[in-house]
Design a protein around this ligand. Structure first.
Ligand SMILES: O=C([O-])CC(=O)C(=O)O
Ligand SMILES: [Mg+2]
Length: 219
């Protein structure tokens, strides 16, 4: 008999990672992007997951790897065209996530009108914390997320700054892509993204609810 799977190890399920870009106006502006009127979506494959204890690897083709700290939403109950009013019933919990981005590669993709796969979907581009049960974050629309590089605070935002709320995103995404148990939604990053180098130490947290530490390495 197959062992029953627990969502507390959602990263082992091999499900989708759906990312929302430019969901904080201050971050859209720092990269000189327009503030969107509709969510910007892209995907990472499940092979992008990395857990504490393993390093974040700088892709060989990039010399400007950026951190983006984001609140991740773990889907507990799948659905298609989920109404906004019942969207939170589909949430099992949360995880703190980094949307690691090869910014130089992304700039090149943008200028050529190409997709962001090389910039966003490489191995170790999605570091994740342990699973945080839903009850531990009663108001996910108003929590502080922060990130330090070598003990220096670089990102410090509140999810209250999101342009599109979590229920709106679940409803919007599920109109286009069926959501399944074990999927993860990355909800976008606040301002303060910056470059990381080999041997840097990244520490990030959701208030004092969860924190995680990663080292950066080169291929
Ligand atoms: O690469 C970007 O700036 C878009 C993005 O992922 C975000 O805003 O979180
Ligand atoms: Mg992002």
């Amino acid at each position: 008999m197959a062992a029953s799977r627990s969502l507390t190890r959602f990263w082992e399920w091999g499900r989708k990672i759906i990312c929302v870009g430019r969901n904080y106006a201050d971050h859209a502006k720092e990269l000189k992007n327009a503030v969107p009127t509709e969510p910007v979506l892209f995907l990472k494959p499940p092979s992008a997951y990395v857990k504490e204890g393993s390093p974040i690897l700088v892709p060989a083709y990039s010399s400007n790897l950026h951190h983006e700290v984001e609140l991740g939403v773990v889907i507990g109950k799948g659905g298609t065209a989920i109404p906004r009013q019942s969207a939170m019933d589909h949430v099992a919990g949360y995880a703190l996530c980094l949307d690691m981005t090869a910014r130089d590669t992304q700039d090149e993709c943008k200028s050529k009108g190409l997709p962001w796969t090389l910039a966003k979907a490489f191995d170790t581009s999605c570091p994740v914390s342990e699973f945080v049960p839903k009850e531990k974050i009663p108001d996910p629309g108003n929590v502080r997320i922060w990130l330090k590089v070598n003990d220096q605070l670089r990102q410090d935002g509140s999810t209250s700054q999101m342009i599109f709320s979590i229920p709106y995103l679940i409803s919007y995404i599920s109109e286009i892509i069926t959501l399944e148990e074990g999927d993860l939604i990355l909800t976008g990053t606040p301002k303060g993204v910056s470059s990381v180098q080999e041997h840097d130490e990244l520490q990030a947290g959701i208030e004092d609810i969860v924190s995680m530490t990663f080292r950066v390495d080169r291929h």
